[in-house]
Design a protein. Sequence first.
Length: 114
Amino acid sequence: MALIIKEQKPTFAFLLVVFVGCVIFLFLIDKIFEIIRMLERIAVNANVNMIYVETILKIIGIAYIAEFGAQITRDANQGAIASKIELGGKILILAMAIPILSVIIETIIGLIPR
């Protein structure tokens, strides 16, 4: 349908694609919450610090949102902006991962015999 509309009204076709993408995401929200709850239960049972689980879930969320934003901008023929969105997402992910990486490095250093 978007391809047919795109021939006559490209702006409406783009809005249709964005709208359908958002609707699909809204239908998946229940499944996403189920997955998050399951991961939280597993973390509690494994005695993992919830701060790390929450950080990882935030990182995953940033990755999905950045990918969704990049795809939307590519659909609007704005590849350069899409690349910037992806770069911004990667930088945010790296910034959020630093505490986890620090703990991993400290753990590895603690395991090395002196």
